[in-house]
Design a protein around this ligand. Structure first.
Ligand code: ADP
Ligand code: MG
Ligand code: MG
Length: 267
């Protein structure tokens, strides 16, 4: 077995990547990984000697579709803004982010000894099923969390999962992640070629259609700027013939309606 990593990038892992503010805060140690956008090294924080993992992301290798706005307004790779926003026990967390002209320097927590599942499997190829299940379900939990936020990782594989000595695993490497594809769904629905157009069962199975909706968090009157009688047409069944603009027609079925209507009239 071999890792699916690009070979030509060794030369890019030089002094340039650690330059800037990052170096004031971290001391960079040995390389532990290398991939398409740069490389990954052990590092420790100067202030408290906290061991961490730094990923150096070469700006020029980040595709146009993989940029986003970070919570602080900075333009950063999507990989970075996603990891900064996400919070889940089975997803690696970000400690610090720096940048220089050429690189983003993302400092992550060091989970366990820094072993990934590729190495784990290589060292112990015959696995015990309950243990496999335990590892697999944790990845499932991370994916479930991501899908609940309409995020697709799109690069889940042994190299992108790290494991500690309690078999606790975390998903890393959001370099291929994206948000799920209302746009793609619409394209498939509007496909001119009937054979390629998505079917109703496919449509109904699509994550966009199946995404959770908390109806209790929506209020018709707040979404559509409408009269309270349009929002509560059942008011008319209370038998009142009074003008809908007056205070009085309040259904007994909704004891709070009177209070609400008084509040809305006061505004
Ligand atoms: P790439 O996008 O280049 O594949 P990754 O983020 O997957 O980069 O990192 C490359 C390798 O570095 C991983 O396969 C893993 O072995 C190691 N690695 C990355 N992040 C961590 C981390 N937080 N802890 C331990 N090892 C890590
Ligand atoms: Mg990777
Ligand atoms: Mg990657």
């Amino acid at each position: 077995s071999s890792r699916h990593q690009s070979v030509s990038l060794m030369s890019q892992c030089g002094e340039e990547q650690i330059a800037g503010e990052y170096t004031k805060h971290y001391v960079t140690l040995k390389q532990i990984g290398k991939g398409a956008y740069g490389c990954v090294k052990m590092a420790y924080r100067r202030s408290d000697r906290l061991l961490a993992v730094a990923k150096f992301i070469l700006k020029e290798k980040v595709g146009a579709a993989f940029w986003s706005d970070a919570p602080d307004g900075r333009r950063v790779p999507l990989e970075l803004s996603l990891l900064m926003t996400l919070s889940h026990p089975n997803i690696v967390s970000v400690i610090d982010v720096f940048e220089n002209d050429k690189y983003f320097q993302m400092v992550m927590e060091k989970h366990g000894a820094g072993m990934d599942l590729f190495e784990f499997i290589e060292r112990r190829p015959r696995m015990d099923e309950p243990l496999v299940s335990y590892i697999f379900r944790q990845i499932g939990q991370a994916v479930e969390y991501l899908h609940s936020l309409n995020i697709l990782h799109r690069d889940i594989k042994d190299e992108n999962v790290i494991i500690d000595n309690k078999f606790h695993v975390k998903l890393i490497d959001f370099g291929s992640a994206t948000f799920m594809n209302l746009e793609q769904l619409l394209r498939r629905m509007l496909c001119k070629e009937p054979g390629a157009r998505c079917t109703v069962p496919q449509l109904m199975a699509h994550p966009w259609i199946r995404q959770p909706v908390n109806l209790a968090s929506y209020n018709f009157q707040e979404i559509v700027d409408c009269d309270r009688h349009e929002a509560n047409p059942e008011m008319y069944f209370s038998g009142s013939l009074e003008s809908p603009r007056s205070n009085s027609p309040v259904s007994l079925a909704d004891p709070l309606a009177k209070e609400r209507s008084m509040r809305s009239e006061a505004e």
